[in-house]
Write a protein that binds this ligand. Structure first.
Ligand code: UDP
Length: 252
């Protein structure tokens, strides 16, 4: 039985990055797709307002705490989440696993041309990984309100034809969660992970915050300095802190 901490009724796996790697290895042995979601604090707040998004996150096979705020919040309420496990770090480990065992990956998401750059960079660093397909995230699909559109059907058919073991879905949150949820039963991958800007990071067009910001738990501040219009999304963060401090049973 998996151990979870429930934050605003979203079940987050009580798991370290190392344990998450082992889960991924188990998932890769199964036939049916296993779904990995990577919510941060902003997404938990969004799910608090959107029961459908909450149900989607709770339907995942592995849901990791990609936000230091979630780890601190759990700690304040004496519910230990062992560490922050980012979608990006887990994705790098998935690349390592794929490199070691020769698994194939399809990259879905990012702007036109970015997936191809990421593919080249992956080839250099992880030579045994087979990138069997690349598709930008700007087609008409569920993530932008075009469920079952012919462009979406073509993307699904391309992914299935590629026979990729692993699918990276980097459409940003919560678009990627809606897209995965709608299409997971049509896909034949073994692992599907919604991993935000990972493809951009792999391509080297977006830099991760320096280690010092990561260690201090203020990666959000670095991202805000780099992209000031993220303030629209980040303004929910103080509200999250207040909710955690002053509401009962918000974390179980
Ligand atoms: N993205 C996409 N299709 C869309 C919207 C976004 O492929 O319709 C991609 C975008 O190019 C970027 C990634 O999703 O590579 C993450 O976007 P964003 O920074 O908005 O999300 P976050 O990383 O905060 O989840």
């Amino acid at each position: 039985m998996k151990e979870i901490v429930s934050i605003m009724d979203v079940d987050i796996d009580k798991i370290t990055l190392r344990e998450a790697n082992e889960k991924v290895k188990d998932f890769l042995k199964k036939e049916k797709p296993s779904i990995i979601y990577t919510p941060n604090t902003e997404i938990i707040m969004a799910a608090d307002k959107d029961p459908f998004l909450k149900d989607i996150l709770n339907d995942g096979d592995l849901t990791i705490a990609d936000g230091i705020g979630l780890v601190y919040a759990a700690r304040i309420k004496n519910k230990d989440l062992p560490e922050r496990v980012t979608g990006y770090d887990l994705s790098l480990n998935i690349l390592e696993i794929a490199n070691k065992f020769g698994y194939s990956i399809f990259l879905l998401g990012g702007k036109e041309g970015i997936g191809e750059i990421a593919k080249e960079k992956i080839k250099q660093k992880y030579p045994n990984v087979k990138i069997v397909g690349v598709q930008n995230g700007y087609f008409k699909g569920t993530h932008i309100g075009f469920k079952d559109h012919k462009e979406e059907k073509k993307v699904i058919s391309d992914i299935n034809k590629s026979k990729a073991d692993i699918l990276f879905v980097g459409l940003g949150a919560p678009k990627q969660e809606f897209w995965i949820h709608e299409n997971k039963t049509k896909l034949n991958n073994k692992v599907i992970i919604g991993n935000g800007g990972t493809i951009d990071h792999l391509a080297g067009i977006v830099k991760r915050a320096p280690q010092i910001y990561q260690n201090l738990g203020i990666e959000w501040l670095y991202r805000l300095i780099k992209e000031p219009n993220r303030i629209k999304r980040q303004k929910v963060l103080p509200l999250f802190v207040l909710k955690v401090l002053f509401s009962k049973n918000i974390i179980r």
